[in-house]
Design a binder for this molecule. Structure first.
Ligand code: X2X
Length: 337
């Protein structure tokens, strides 16, 4: 079979089009710079794994996508960064669902005290229908949210004045809580005296004794060096907290689909590794924190749960979150009363 010149040229053009289609569309797009900001020290797995993701994204896009990471509240505290990701001053920002609650009320639901008995249950719920329900609500406020959330951890109460053994020890206790209705309500129900303070101010608030204590997962207590300004750590494990990775909705929608796919793939991989890091960290940290001077105690959660029930805490939040959301949660937590 012979080709005439015309057919030959047509064939070349078609082949050329095929080659062009196989080349990623982003080859044609201008360089993209994105700002990623968070509240946590540079040594925390959330930052270590994100830096790896940033490198992988840069290399897979042939240098087209440059994500700049601003850790440790460099661009402001959480409340401020939330405004910035909404306005587009920051592009990507992981935030506790409980703090996001100021904007998306149902996002605080995973923080209901003593809801999750273990990590298996946490991930079943957050990667399952409970998380999907929350993400749908987040999508309505013009934020993009990645499917998997970061682990922050089970939270424990530290103090410079006294160990917290039972709910009675919290009476009048001046405790810092993040800026979130659920957090404030919980510690009010326990008759403590909660003060809403962004994480950026926590170390100094403890150091200057504006508050006696705070609550956080062991990884945060260690990496933010809170043990330097606290004496006791009470392993209350009173709630599980994680961070939704949020992006400015307009900015995200403006990115080519293949860039979105590459970013999503590497962010998801980073999140899964981060979860693993936190799990391993938390297993070894207690011994390290003891060596750094913290005295540990291991309260029974019954007095806290009873006090919360008696104060009507669960009833109040059931009303606020609504039956549908509570149905998703209680599939995993059992009835919270
Ligand atoms: O603000 C906190 O306590 C922290 C670091 O745990 C959160 O990100 C919610």
């Amino acid at each position: 079979m012979t080709l005439d010149r015309r057919q030959f040229v047509q064939g070349l053009a078609a082949g050329g089009a095929l080659v062009a289609a196989a080349r990623p569309a982003f080859a044609q797009t201008a360089p993209i710079t994105l700002k990623w900001a968070n509240n946590i020290p540079v040594t925390h797995p959330s930052n270590v794994r994100i830096r790896e993701a940033v490198d992988a994204i840069k290399s897979e896009t042939g240098g087209k996508v440059d994500i700049q990471v601003f850790p440790n509240n460099q661009l402001g505290g959480d409340t401020d960064m939330l405004s910035q990701v909404r306005s587009g001053a920051i592009d990507i920002f992981p935030l506790s669902g409980l703090i996001l609650q100021t904007l998306v009320p149902v996002a605080g639901i995973n923080g209901l005290a003593f809801a999750f008995k273990d990590y298996q249950t946490v991930w079943a719920a957050m990667d399952g229908d409970l998380g999907a329900h929350v993400r749908a609500a987040i999508g309505k406020v013009n934020l993009h949210v990645f499917d998997r959330c970061l682990d922050n951890g089970y939270r424990n109460i530290t103090s410079s004045t006294r160990p917290i053994n039972t709910a009675a020890d919290l009476k009048g206790f001046k405790i810092r809580v993040p800026v979130s209705p659920l957090w404030t309500s919980m510690f009010k129900a326990l008759e403590a005296s909660p003060a809403s303070i962004n994480f950026s101010e926590v170390y100094s608030a403890l150091q200057t004794k504006v508050v006696e204590g705070q609550e956080n997962p062991l990884a945060v207590i260690d990496l933010a060096k809170l043990y330097e300004v606290q004496k006791f750590c009470s392993m209350t494990g009173h709630m599980w907290d994680g961070q939704w990775v949020l992006a400015n909705g307009k900015r995200w929608a403006s990115l080519p689909a293949d860039i979105q796919a590459i970013i999503t793939k590497h962010v998801t991989a980073a999140v899964l590794k981060q979860r693993d890091d936190i799990r391993r960290l938390n297993n070894g940290l207690e011994a390290q924190l003891k060596a750094k001077g913290l005295t540990f105690n291991y309260p029974d959660n019954k007095s806290f749960r009873d006090a919360l029930s008696k104060a009507g805490f669960y009833k109040e939040w059931r009303g606020k979150f609504g039956d549908e959301a509570m149905g998703h949660l209680e599939k995993y937590s059992g009835k919270l009363v």
